[in-house]
Design a protein around this ligand. Structure first.
Ligand SMILES: [Zn+2]
Length: 364
């Protein structure tokens, strides 16, 4: 995901936080097993007003609406595949500054080249899935650089429906629902704190955990998908990411596209070989899904979520990230000064909290 700290804004979650405290309404306080009665952070100092508070901006938190609308686009019958895409985990990618966003020029040639690679790996996954019997393809633009608009719209498979743009509810798993038959991931990266290429997770300083289990960004998407019965069939990224996914999602097909030797370097496997391997893995994944061989990875409810915000964010921005509007998160000072926990029975709420954290750092 990344490209944080480019556009900073202050946040007036004060309204959300104090309303929550006083009324005990909203998601956090009232929900069963969801952070009820827990202390929330004191209101932000006056004057730290967010110019675009999420409540005033359509599309930051409306995940219910997104799901309802996407369900209507899924044709009955056939086999629908939901593909989460990112860029840091693409074949050939090593450099965050030049390759992952448009850069200062607004048109970095390296970024453009890797938009092509993103589209190529995506098209390989779609072609492979189609060979396995898939008939519908829903694609999530999950890379924050260029505001979640990186797939080349003129070169992507003509059957692909793109979930594109920012803001967008639950940006890494927008609208995932029970009508999808399988999830796949291309171009994602290892978790924050893992030795791998451009390893990170949202704006977090360390891995988010669910019931103590570490989940990276695509792991969170798969966790939300699993709540709707959507199994994870195939993933592609560097060897560190591959190891993480094999550990948490053992029944998924895993394609290694490069071998990390630092956070910004390693051995890059040839593009043609990677595309062929992604295509073959996607075919196998659909066939195994149809044969009922893919295992759903689910967690016991209520989910106990823990995360820490990166230390690099300036205090005003951190203050916003620390008060996701409508969620009674609890400070977890035992884990660190910028750490929190939250309990919920709804996986989509984790996607939304991460979306609100993202919104604090990334404005269109
Ligand atoms: Zn990314």
């Amino acid at each position: 995901m990344s490209r944080h700290g480019m556009s900073l804004a202050l946040c007036a979650l004060i309204a959300g936080a104090s309303a929550l405290q006083s009324q005990g309404t909203g998601r956090g306080a009232s929900g069963a097993g969801r952070g009820g009665g827990a202390a929330v952070l004191p209101p932000a100092p006056p004057g730290d007003a967010d110019t675009l508070p999420p409540a005033k901006y359509f599309g930051v938190t409306e995940y219910d609406l997104a799901r309802t609308k996407l369900e209507k686009l899924v044709k009955p019958g056939g086999f629908a595949v939901y593909i989460v895409t990112d860029m840091e985990g693409l074949a050939g990618v090593v450099n965050n500054g030049r390759e992952m966003s448009t850069g200062r020029s607004g048109n970095s040639p390296d970024h453009q080249r890797f938009r092509q690679e993103l589209t190529d790996e995506l098209n390989a996954a779609i072609a492979g899935a189609r060979l396995g019997g898939a008939t519908q393809f829903f694609v999530v633009e999950g890379h924050g650089g260029n505001n979640f608009r990186n797939v080349l719209v003129d070169k992507v498979d003509p059957d692909a429906i793109l979930l594109r743009g920012w803001p967008r509810p639950n940006v890494m798993e927008t609208g995932v629902n029970a009508k999808m038959n399988m999830m796949m991931v291309v171009g994602n990266h290892p978790n924050a704190g893992t030795p791998g290429i451009i390893a990170h997770s949202y704006a977090l300083g360390s891995a988010l955990t669910v019931n103590g289990i570490k989940l990276n960004e695509s792991g969170i998407s798969a966790f939300v998908g699993a709540e709707f019965g959507v199994p994870l069939g195939m993933v592609a990224g560097d060897d560190s990411y591959a190891a993480e996914m094999k550990e948490t999602f053992p029944s998924a097909e895993v394609v290694t596209v490069k071998v990390a030797m630092s956070g910004a370097g390693g051995a890059m496997l040839p593009f043609a070989r990677v595309h062929a391997q992604i295509k073959a893995a996607a075919t196998k994944a659909v066939q195994r899904a149809k044969a009922g061989q893919l295992k759903l990875v689910t967690f016991a409810k209520p989910y106990h979520i823990a995360w820490c915000i990166r230390n690099t964010f300036a205090q005003p921005v951190y203050e916003v990230m620390a008060r996701p509007a409508g969620f009674a998160i609890r400070p977890d000072s035992a884990s660190g000064p910028r750490c929190f926990t939250y309990d919920t029975n709804k996986a989509e709420e984790i996607g939304t909290i991460m979306n609100l954290v993202e919104w604090a750092a990334l404005k269109p």
